[in-house]
Design a protein around this ligand. Structure first.
Ligand SMILES: C[S@@+](CC[C@H](N)C(=O)[O-])C[C@H]1O[C@@H](n2cnc3c(N)ncnc32)[C@H](O)[C@@H]1O
Length: 489
């Protein structure tokens, strides 16, 4: 840990007493200044904390990144001894005062997360090779996408600050967290202790520290950044060439999961000229026996990608690094880099579903619930052939909308496109033909789909049999996306 057990307890006392929590800070600063802080505008927060009571000092040091007088910082951290806080790197000397040595972030209702101060806050200072990442966009993506159903055992691979483990502990009886970095594990252990949690912490490369063990839920925000395989910063670079870490985690998944277990991780994959990206990613899961749902949330061109990740470690101005990275992309015909969420489930069935698709639209949170119900829908589909699917009654998704595009011709409006759009949940849009539109329109939960099809067959002059055969895969697709939902008795 960064501090002794007694030191962590003393820090917890100091933070609790001062009410240095998300709510306590918001109460002190007010809505406007809190909103401004979220945009890195600290002016109002500094005005609201001119009286140096403990909460004000903690806000100035750990939120606004100010250098404050030693006596005020010592009083704010008491009963934690200042010498221990300095030795543990919690604060550091700067000018004639003290400033934050770590990112001590109030998080959730009453949690704190310890990480390193980001590169942007210490321009010119090289980032530690074992820099411990704070709560960034990718971190939050995984937090939001995690299925939060109760489990007995959960594993966080590459725990860093420990923030994923913190969330896992809310719905897992036992939490294990690993990291290759000893330094990261010290931060994670401190985060755990500061929040009164107890996780098993193990050091090692990817799944090596948990070899032979299985978990009900595995999450990982790994160092997924793709490139030549060189490692300068362990939070970003896996040391694997290209997107191999995504494939490696997929290959490890069957051996990590209990029956019914779920694994979710973030990944980058390369889009190579002359190759379909989704076929490449689908290949990761062939032979695993797992259900896989991979959604591509973003696509970046190589230049933007390299810029982003060099800036992240404060190296945006290094032309040689940039050139070497871009040369590697050129040599491997990488045209773009996809980013997304991999969700795997060990269903135990012989016919796993592997779906790799673009899902770039904004999704209604919580994404984790959407992932859970996607797998539920696969379970529904798996045990039903077309006849059984058509025997069920369905309801169209709540608030489902129809958008039409039409062109005015000699005989009035001619409809060009009809698109169904879900305003909630995964917010899919789906172009449909008139027959499917009529089918979905009739899904009010009263008639079995088979009977709806009989009415449609009569109206469109086709046989019931023909329509039922054609409808099978379409209906399955509409169910998978949640555009129509089975009515449970
Ligand atoms: C992107 S950070 C994620 C940190 C944190 N879990 C989060 O979601 O914010 C990746 C973490 O993986 C760790 N890591 C890097 N390479 C690893 C490896 N080969 N095996 C295990 N952990 C690794 C890094 O030290 C770092 O803490």
């Amino acid at each position: 840990m960064l501090l002794s057990p007694a030191g962590v307890e003393a820090l917890r006392t100091a933070l609790t007493r001062a009410d240095f929590t998300s709510n306590g800070i918001a109460g002190r600063l007010g809505a406007q200044a809190t909103g401004a802080v979220a945009r890195n505008d600290f002016r109002a927060a500094l005005r609201a904390t001119e009286d140096r009571d403990p909460l004000a000092t903690l806000i100035r040091v750990f939120i606004c990144d100010q250098t404050e007088p030693e006596a005020a910082v010592a009083a704010a951290l008491a009963p934690l001894d200042l010498a221990e806080a300095l030795a543990g790197g919690l604060v550091e000397r700067h000018g004639d005062g003290l400033r934050a040595g770590v990112d001590l972030e109030p998080y959730g209702d009453d949690w704190w997360v310890l990480a390193d101060v980001p590169a942007s806050a210490r321009p010119g200072r090289p980032l530690h090779s074992e820099h411990v990442l704070g709560i960034g966009g990718a971190t939050q993506t995984l937090i939001g996408a995690t299925v939060r159903r109760p489990v007995q055992t959960a594993l966080d691979l590459g725990t860093g600050s420990g923030v994923q483990a913190l969330h896992l502990a809310t719905h897992a009886d036992r939490v294990t967290a690993t990291d290759v970095s000893e330094r990261a594990l010290r931060f994670a252990a401190t985060t755990a202790a500061l929040n009164g949690q107890d996780w098993e912490l193990l050091r090692g490369d990817l799944v090596a520290p948990v070899a032979g063990r299985r978990f009900d839920l595995v999450v990982s925000n790994p160092p997924f950044v793709v490139g030549p395989g060189t490692t300068t910063h362990v939070y970003r670079d896996s040391g694997r060439v290209g997107d191999a870490i995504g494939a490696e985690l997929a290959a490890a998944a069957p051996g990590l999961l209990t029956e019914g277990g779920t694994m979710q991780y973030l990944a980058n994959w390369v889009h190579v000229a002359g190759e379909e990206w989704h076929e490449r990613v689908t290949g990761w899961f062939a032979g695993t026996g797992l259900d896989a749902w991979v959604i591509q949330r973003e696509v970046a061109d190589p230049m933007a990608y390299v810029n982003l990740w060099l800036t992240d470690v404060g190296e945006a101005t290094d032309p040689q690094r940039m050139a070497a990275w871009l040369d590697w992309f050129d040599a491997h015909k990488v045209e773009a880099i996809g980013f997304g969420i991999v969700s795997l489930r060990r269903s135990g069935h012989a016919d796993p579903v592997i779906r790799v698709e673009d899902l770039r639209q904004r999704v209604e949170p919580p994404m984790g619930d959407r992932v859970a119900t996607w797998f539920d829908r696969q379970d529904f589909l798996r045990v039903r052939d077309t006849d059984a699917l058509l025997a069920e009654r369905y309801r169209a998704a709540e608030g489902l909308q129809l958008r039409q595009e039409a062109t005015m011709g000699d005989e009035g409006w001619a409809v060009d496109r009809q698109v169904l759009t879900m305003p909630h949940g995964l917010r899919w849009s789906e172009e449909v033909d008139p027959l499917v539109l009529a089918l979905v329109g009739g899904c009010d939960g009263r008639l079995a789909l088979r009977d709806q099809l009989a009415l449609l067959a009569a109206a469109h002059d086709v046989t019931r049999q023909e329509l039922a055969e054609a409808a099978g895969p379409i209906v399955a697709h509409l169910i998978e996306r949640g555009i129509i939902e089975p009515v449970t008795a």
